[in-house]
Design a protein around this ligand. Structure first.
Ligand code: FMN
Length: 236
C-alpha cells in the first residue's frame, strides 16, 4: 500500500451515526476484529476483548442505558447538545461492539500511570484499527463513550461482563445511511464541525516548542466553543 492509498483510508474513516439496516456479513465482521487484534498495546498486554451484540432487544437496552445518562447530563448542562443528539444512533446499528479492557493486565506495564492510562491508550488504538478496517469495507463506525460509572455497571450486568474489565467504549458498526446522516437536523452541527482539522503548521514544532504557536486560554475556549463537537449551545 502506498501513502496516498493509506491517507485515503484514513480520511474515509469518518464517524457515521445513521445506519442502514443491512446486516454486516460475519466474515467481514471477523476481518474487522482481526485487524483490531493486531494493534499495538503497552507491553504487548493486549488487554482488549470485544463483545459483539446483534440482538435487537439487547441493543435497545444498551442504548437506553446510555441515553438516559446523557439526558441527565444535558439537563444539568444544556450546552451538551451533541451528547443527546448522537447517542440514539446506537440502537439502529446492526452491530454494537463493546470494547472491554482487562484491568489485571496493568501489572504488565513497567510504569503505573494514574487512571489506567496505558490500558485505555491500548484500547483506544484497537478501536482506531477496527475503525480503519471497517472503513476499508465501506462500513461506518462511530465511537460512543459511556460517561459514568453507572452506565458501565448497567451494561456490564446486562452482558455478563466480569468486574475486572473496563467497559467504557462502544463502537456501532454497519453500512452508512448517508441520506439520513445528511438530512438529520439533529446531526447538522456535529457534522459541520467534525470535518474540521487544525492545520499542520499549527500543530507541528521542529526541534523545540515554538511559542509563537502557543494558544492562550481565551483561544482555547474559543476553539472549544466554535470548533469541537461536544459543546454546542442548545439549538431550538
Ligand atoms: C476518545 C473518543 C471518544 C468519543 N466519544 C464519542 C461519543 O461518545 N459519541 C459520539 O457520537 N462520538 C464520539 N467520538 C467521535 C468524535 O466525536 C469524532 O471522532 C470527531 O468529532 C471527529 O469526527 P470524525 O470521526 O468524523 O472524523 C469519540 C471519539 C474519540 C476518539
Amino acid at each position: 500500500m502506498n501513502y496516498d492509498d493509506f491517507l485515503e483510508l484514513v480520511k474515509k474513516r469518518r464517524s457515521f451515526r445513521r445506519f442502514k439496516s443491512d446486516p454486516v456479513p460475519k466474515e467481514i465482521l471477523e476481518k474487522v476484529l482481526e485487524a483490531a487484534r493486531h494493534s499495538p498495546s503497552a507491553g504487548n498486554s493486549q488487554p482488549w476483548e470485544f463483545v459483539v451484540v446483534q440482538d435487537v432487544a439487547t441493543k435497545k437496552s444498551i442504548t437506553q442505558s446510555i441515553t438516559s445518562g446523557y439526558k441527565k447530563i444535558r439537563k444539568a448542562d444544556p450546552t451538551m447538545y451533541w451528547a443527546v443528539a448522537v447517542q440514539p444512533h446506537l440502537s439502529t446499528a446492526p452491530v454494537l461492539i463493546i470494547v472491554c479492557g482487562d484491568r489485571r493486565l496493568q501489572e504488565t506495564y513497567p510504569v503505573h500511570l494514574p487512571g489506567e492510562v496505558l490500558l485505555r491508550q491500548s484500547l483506544a488504538i484497537s478501536i482506531y484499527t477496527l475503525q480503519l478496517a471497517a472503513a476499508s469495507f465501506g462500513l461506518a463506525t462511530a465511537w460512543a463513550t459511556m460517561q459514568t460509572e453507572l452506565r458501565e455497571v448497567q451494561i456490564r450486568k446486562l452482558l455478563g461482563i466480569p468486574d475486572v474489565y473496563t467497559v467504557d467504549h462502544i463502537v456501532p458498526l454497519g453500512y452508512p445511511d448517508e441520506e439520513k446522516e445528511k438530512s438529520d437536523k439533529a446531526l447538522r452541527p456535529v457534522r459541520e464541525r467534525a470535518s474540521f482539522r487544525r492545520e499542520l503548521a499549527e500543530i507541528v514544532h521542529y526541534e523545540h516548542y515554538d511559542m509563537g504557536k502557543f494558544r492562550s486560554d481565551e483561544k482555547i475556549k474559543e476553539f472549544i466553543w466554535s470548533k469541537t463537537v461536544t459543546r454546542i449551545p442548545r439549538i431550538k
